[in-house]
Write a protein that binds this ligand. Structure first.
Ligand code: GLN
Length: 380
């Protein structure tokens, strides 16, 4: 049978490839971003309690009210943004679903969406499978700053959306206040919609402030903001996230969400609502991960790996140019097979640039995992 693929250039995601290879060869897995330690046992107890109490049927399509209220209260407390939990917050089955739904809701056939490479690997396929065209603006190694003049030049009458991500996966950079000023000018001039992937909002280092779109009324009015409980509560496998957006955008978003997943896991939403309403989890998260970042860096200090500054997320880019001139993919595979440490090559997030000599390592790991990995990395 001849199939005409809608995504001919897409294979299996790098996360699945590298995590499988790590498992097959018994490597330490610092590739796919997930903690190797457990969440708060009280959170598991809460899910079990809600299951035992019979909250096992479909949740409302928009999400459990208590969780939507807790999300709205958190956005208000952290960013001074008033979102209506009924009409402006939607609970999704993870950040990736939220990103897909937002794109599907807005991008018409032939529309353009601006993305910044390296970018998370679901953005471009989400745009293309919905008939859109991804217009790629390059963030360049080693600073990965947003080139705002290039962004302005990339805007056309067909531009429907700009996809932003801060703290940024995989570069671990963050948007600054002056970036937000530049973005505001562009949005004022073009009326373009923003898809803001803020799933690492609570993991930001060295005292920096997370520049959420929610802080800026002029940006908030045009934005889908995507959040994730997986990152915040160490439960990436539960696949629960949310979207905050003004009522008109949320209404279009829900038209898609209701036919993609309909609704999200009920007992998990109830448990997360309790934790979030109590302000648990996120307040200490930056300090928790900053300590892990610093431990990982201290452990590889003096080796031939050169760290780039990680300002947020739980990822660290390491420059390997003093070790080899292999491509990042070749080296990532060899590093996994021969040295027992799995990472992510940033070429998986690139579309137009040649990959720089860096690999992405996830430090959301037990100290002993980081110690074992560092011992292996130091040998190179
Ligand atoms: N966001 C995670 C990462 O960047 C992976 C998510 C996934 O595997 N789909 O590693």
């Amino acid at each position: 049978m001849h199939l005409r693929s809608k995504l001919p250039a897409v294979g299996t995601t790098i996360f699945t490839v590298m995590s499988k290879l790590a498992a097959d060869v018994g490597a330490i897995n610092l590739s796919q971003g997930f903690p190797d330690f457990d969440c708060d046992p009280a959170l598991v107890d809460a899910v079990a309690r809600h299951m035992r109490e019979g909250r096992n049927q479909y949740a409302p399509m928009q999400g459990v009210p208590a969780l939507r209220q807790a999300v709205a209260a958190t956005l208000e407390a952290l960013y001074g943004a008033a979102y209506d939990p009924d009409g402006e917050i939607t609970i999704t089955s993870g950040g990736t679903e939220a990103i897909f739904d937002a794109v599907a809701a807005l991008v018409h056939s032939g529309d353009e969406a601006i993305v910044f490479e390296p970018c998370y690997d679901s953005y471009v396929p989400a745009i293309e499978v919905n008939g859109g065209r991804a217009v790629v603006v390059s963030l360049r190694y080693p600073d990965y700053r947003v080139p705002w003049d290039e962004v302005r030049a990339a805007i056309s009458p067909r531009t429907r959306m700009i996809v932003l991500n801060s703290p940024h996966n995989p570069t671990a950079t963050i948007l600054s206040e002056s970036d937000m000023t530049e973005l505001t000018r562009i949005v004022d001039d073009s009326g373009v919609t923003i898809l803001s992937d803020e799933v690492y909002e609570h993991i930001i280092f060295d005292g920096a402030r997370h520049e959420s779109m929610a802080r800026y009324p002029a940006l908030r009015a045009h934005s889908f903001i995507v959040g994730s409980f997986g990152k915040t509560y160490h439960v990436t496998g539960w696949k629960v996230g949310y979207v905050a957006a003004p009522a008109a955008l949320s209404a279009e978003f829900r038209k898609v969400h209701q036919f993609v997943t309909f609704s999200t896991n009920t007992p998990v939403q109830h448990a997360l609502a309790e934790f979030l309403a109590d302000g648990r989890g996120y307040p200490g998260l930056s300090a928790f991960y900053q300590r892990k970042r610093d431990l990982f860096l201290a452990l590889i200090e003096g080796s031939r790996w050169k760290p780039l500054l990680s300002r947020g997320t739980y990822f660290q880019l390491l420059d390997y140019s003093a070790i080899t001139d292999e491509t990042d993919m070749d080296f990532a595979l060899r590093l996994t097979r021969e040295h027992g440490v799995a990472s992510i090559p940033t070429s998986a997030f690139l579309y137009t640039q040649t990959a720089p000599p860096v690999l992405r390592f996830c430090f959301a790991k037990k100290d002993e995992t980081l110690e074992s990995a560092a011992t292996r990395l130091r040998d190179l």
